[in-house]
Design a protein around this ligand. Structure first.
Ligand code: ADP
Ligand code: MG
Ligand code: MG
Length: 877
């Protein structure tokens, strides 16, 4: 019954299975406790409580505070300590923790429970007043920022000023007296910003802290992160209240972060960082540049050994690479977090393959875990390994890949300039979660501080952005908008290249080369091929694209746009001559010139795709697209007239203008294009069919195996296809007389009417290829090119549409049409081959629908072929 709905759970009640309720962090800590890994005790406020509070505009659900107080009493009981007490004080952390992890995007408050009374007790019992006061100043800093909204710099400026006055470099060089002074200063700072004294009652502080953590679900940066990662906005966060353990207790204490494998490459090796005498945030927020984990063996050998064992155990237990937070409190190891490690695509493939080889998981599980869209990263160009250039400087290779762009010094500028299409590299002293929008818009990230496990690095790896971190030789002057290394000074707007694979930084733009396909890629995608039903082809217009597509696993070409061959600068004169021809003989002559050009293209395609089907679409766009623009041509004529030019030049310009006027249409998208054009000028289609037939015959002669599929675009009436098919068949027979060169004829289905009469159209079709780009435009009545900048974004952001229908298929509308078209078509022609050749062919969500509908294949751009192969496999798992 609702009355019994629990809003808070003790650590001991939780488990990994309760992740939806406890969030990833809470469930992870509970699970570790369950299997005997040492973790601090605590309790978790559920995500449901947060959602209820959000829905009520911030008002907590009934009984929440009472439940929290009861769980706190129980925690005090178990630990024998009391929050804020003058003797045996309990200190806790109040940690956000969503179901889907969003590293560093939400808030956490540490050391809550420290007060004027408990700080003395903590000093006495630890024997280290310095440690106690360090906790106090840290608490005021985090509490002030997160709960009371004091800007972070207001505190860090004071620390910097004090260090300056004392002439020391590190926070750890500050004395007890310095820290006591800071505590006073911080209170004043908070008072100045909020106009109120900070509350001194730790229970009141706890109440406000939980409230603030709930609210941190809704910060702009968290929203930006969710949008970038397609995470729903209504999940809410859990809140974990956990007893503090102290990495800042002195030289026998430390805090760190580690991964069970290298999240950049996937290699099974030590990967992590730590800091002696520090608290968690110091490492993950990039405040101090931490030390490589291997060095912990020397300073804290026992805890180090135990950590390695625990890492192993956790990886075995979860069967996946883990990202772990730990703290050593006076020699004793505690784990504070474990989660599935965010990794680059290369690492995802290697880890998957290795875990299968190690017998930890099976192939299906491995395939299920890889995010199809992530594979795109592997297909980006990288630095030429032979570049032979001297780097300007080096940092940590925090996230692999090459980034070339102009230097910018803050996230807003990166978002602005990067968003406008300029490649930028974000250069920062360190990056914080607040920089997320800049990271998204940048080609890469370069920092002078911070380590490989900093939030910035984790986020960059998750997005596949190159990152070089902790390049300590960089002198960044944000005010002057410059970055200097030795004598070299770069100004905002100068170009740099970063190599996140090696950690090198170069002035200027280095040349990029196509990526290498790795064994891991080939192997894991071959597993995908073993299980998928749906075929995957590529859209390609040239032999080079076709060869690339085949290398990436395409099983044919689903769409070759022949008009792309017309757009070539060298050929355009012949195309224009054809359009401008006054007499049939002139047109025939221009077509005669085009024929060998097209034939050469088709020969390349058939050779590259020998043995696999190649769908060639006859000319589609309206003819005016091959002529100059109406306005430009009018201006040209006007100019010639004004300057008194007469004769041939003016006549020609006027002729062209006349044709442009004759051919231009109010709404060319719905005008004389596709089959309509081919029926008006059958000689164009004939020329194309001739070129195709001759190329096929030639390739066959040379021992190749062309599999030709001729596709007629924009059919809406079955009579159109009947006539066009007759033209194709007749021409084909003329060209291949005697030689039996197989081919099929089909149509694109891209008009709603074509779907409705698909049974009649199928009488004349061997195949249907759903052109879902145009089918979407003609079904939803939205022009793709016009809408994206305007209302469509607002529709998607405002939740009127679940997604951009040009990126992900409109399941209920266009998807239903595809389903109907297939059913009707197959009703007439049972062995009708069916496929999709729109953008949707490379979109995982759309692929799931196409598989369910039972299409034979999808076709997408060559670089999306691996994504489609994996997505098509995942639907079957
Ligand atoms: P985030 O999601 O930003 O990493 P966390 O809740 O994990 O936030 O906490 C921030 C840092 O504080 C982490 O390094 C974490 O290990 C550390 N931390 C959190 N709770 C405790 C605790 N009870 N004792 C010691 N350190 C803690
Ligand atoms: Mg944080
Ligand atoms: Mg954390």
């Amino acid at each position: 019954s609702p009355g019994e709905r629990r809003l808070v759970y003790d650590l001991a009640e939780g488990s990994a299975a309760m992740k939806p309720l406890l969030g990833g962090k809470g469930a992870g800590v509970a699970e570790m406790s369950r299997i005997g890994v040492p973790v601090p005790d605590g309790f978790t406020v559920t995500t449901a409580a947060c959602v209820a509070a959000m829905e009520a505009g911030g008002t907590w659900p009934d009984g929440l505070w009472e439940e929290i107080l009861a769980r706190l009493d129980a925690l005090e009981e178990r630990t024998g300590r009391r929050l804020g007490a003058a003797e045996r004080p309990l200190l806790v952390s109040v940690r956000s923790g969503a179901v889907i992890s969003m590293p560093g995007m939400m808030d956490t408050i540490l050391n809550l429970g420290i007060s004027d009374e408990s700080v003395v007790a903590l000093a006495t019992e630890s024997g280290s007043p310095r440690f106690a006061w360090d906790c106090y100043r840290r608490f005021l800093q985090m509490y002030g920022e997160v709960v009371e909204g004091v800007p972070a710099h207001a505190f860090s400026d004071e620390i910097a000023a004090l260090k300056g006055r004392r002439g020391v470099e590190q926070d750890t060089d500050l004395t007890v007296e310095d820290l006591q002074e800071l505590v006073e200063t911080f209170r004043t700072v908070a008072l100045r910003h909020t106009g109120e004294e900070l509350p001194t009652d730790p229970r009141e502080q706890l109440r406000r802290a939980v409230h603030a953590v709930f609210a941190s679900w809704d910060t702009p940066r968290a929203g930006v992160y969710r949008k970038a990662h397609d995470i729903p906005d209504d999940l809410g966060t859990a809140v974990n209240v956990m007893q503090m353990v102290f990495g800042n207790r002195g030289d026998t204490s430390a805090t760190g972060v580690c991964f069970t494998r290298n999240p950049s490459t996937g290699a099974k090796e030590l990967y992590g960082e730590f800091l002696v005498n520090a608290q968690g945030e110091d490492v993950v927020a990039g405040i101090r540049t931490p030390l490589p984990l291997a060095q912990m063996e020397r300073v804290l050998p026992d805890a180090y050994g135990e950590l390695l064992d625990t890492m192993n155990r956790l990886e075995q237990h979860y069967g996946d690479m883990q990202d772990i937070e730990f703290t050593v409190d006076d020699g004793k190891l505690y784990l504070l977090q474990t989660r599935t490690g965010k990794r680059t695509a290369a690492a995802a493939l290697k880890v998957a393959r290795d875990l299968v080889a190690e017998g930890v998981i099976d192939r299906e599980t491995a395939l299920r875990r890889i995010e199809p869209a992530q594979l795109d990263q592997l297909l980006h160009p990288g630095l030429d390994p032979e570049h032979g250039r001297e780097p300007l400087t080096r940092g940590l290779n925090a996230s692999p890949g090459a980034g070339v762009g102009t230097v910018v010094f803050d996230a807003d500028t990166a978002a602005e300039r990067g968003g406008a299409g300029e490649p930028v590299v974000l250069v920062r002293w360190e990056t914080t979660p607040d920089d997320i929008h800049g990271v998204i818009a940048a080609q890469g990230v370069l920092t002078s501080h911070g380590g490989m496990t900093s939030h910035a690095a984790v986020v960059a790896r998750g997005m596949g952005k190159p990152c070089v971190a902790g390049a300590g030789d960089l002198h960044i002057d944000v005010e002057a908008r410059t970055v200097a290394v030795g004598d070299t000074v770069l100004t905002e707007g100068d170009t740099i290249t970063i190599d996140g694979t090696t950690g090198e930084v170069f002035a200027g733009a280095l040349e990029l080369v196509p990526p290498q396909i790795t064994d891991d890629f080939t192997e894991v995608l071959s597993w995908a091929d073993d299980v998928r039903r749906l075929g995957v082809r590529a859209n390609a217009d040239t032999g080079a694209d076709a060869a690339k597509a085949r290398e990436l696993g395409a099983e044919g070409i689903g769409l070759c746009r022949t008009e792309h061959m017309f757009m070539d600068a060298e050929r355009l004169p012949a195309v224009q001559a054809m359009i401008l021809a006054e007499k049939p003989e002139e047109r025939a002559e221009a077509l005669e010139r085009l024929l060998p050009m097209q034939q050469a293209d088709f020969t390349e395609l058939f050779t590259a795709m020998s043995g696999l089907p190649v769908t060639i679409r006859l000319i589609d766009p309206p003819l005016h697209e091959f002529l100059p623009d109406l306005v430009e041509q009018s201006v040209l004529v006007q100019r010639l007239e004004d300057s008194g030019v007469t004769g041939r030049e003016l006549d020609d310009a006027r002729t062209v203008l006349g044709h442009v006027k004759r051919l231009s249409e109010m709404n060319p998208m719905l005008g004389t294009r596709g089959v309509r054009l081919a029926l008006l000028y059958p000689e164009i289609a004939r020329m194309q069919v001739r070129a195709i037939a001759r190329a096929a015959a030639a390739v066959r002669e040379q021992g190749g195996d062309p599999r030709v599929e001729i596709m007629v675009p924009l059919v809406g009436f079955d009579e159109e296809l009947r006539r066009m098919r007759a033209v194709v068949t007749e021409t084909w027979a003329e060209e291949t007389a005697g030689a039996d060169v197989p081919h099929t004829v089909g149509t694109m289905i891209e008009l709603p009417r074509a779907v409705l009469v698909a049974d009649a159209i199928a009488e004349h079709a061997d195949f249907f290829s759903f052109g879902t780009n145009d089918l979407t435009q003609t079904t939803v009545g939205i022009s793709r090119d016009d809408a994206e900048g305007s209302f469509l974004n607002a529709y998607v952001d405002g939740g009127i549409l679940p997604a951009n229908p040009f990126a992900s298929i409109d399941v209920d509308g266009v998807g239903e049409l595809v389903r109907l078209g297939v059913r009707k078509g197959r009703g007439t022609t049972p062995d009708l081959k069916t496929g999709v050749c729109g953008e949707h062919g490379g979109d995982p969500a759309s692929i799931a629908l196409f598989d369910e509908i039972g299409l034979d294949y999808v076709s997408c751009s060559p670089y999306r072929v691996p994504i489609a192969r994996l997505a098509a496999a995942q639907v079957t798992l």
